[in-house]
Design a protein around this ligand. Structure first.
Ligand code: ZN
Length: 111
């Protein structure tokens, strides 16, 4: 994938997450201006988490949330809340299964 294409997809994903979260900071519950939001990882984007949970979990939109920069972004880190981390892992699994079923149905309908 070209660097330009990758930047475009990252920008697109940021906006999808912002839209999904209705422009609300998922840490403090206040609105975040569109030109000032960050996308925070819930399970932090670290080498050890990538090893433990896998890239598919770390990079999944369900592991990301709209926040204000700074303190709100840090507050999304669920590193000290194992139940919350487990919930995210399960949600990503369910979403991936759902997507696989959808693709299968599309393939069958395509016949
Ligand atoms: Zn906030």
């Amino acid at each position: 994938m070209s660097a330009e294409r990758k930047r475009f997809e990252q920008a697109e994903e940021r906006l999808r997450i912002y839209t999904r979260d209705h422009g609300i900071c998922q840490a403090c519950g206040e609105t975040v201006p569109m030109d000032w939001f960050e996308v925070a990882h819930r399970i932090a984007n670290t080498a050890s988490n990538r090893k433990r949970y896998g890239d598919r979990v770390i990079d999944h939109p369900l592991n990301k949330a709209t926040t204000h920069p700074g303190r709100c972004n840090s507050a999304m880190n669920c590193g000290f809340k194992p139940n919350e981390c487990e919930r995210i892992v399960e949600a990503v699994k369910a979403a991936r299964i759902e997507a696989a079923i959808y693709r299968l149905e599309e393939a069958i309908d395509g016949d």
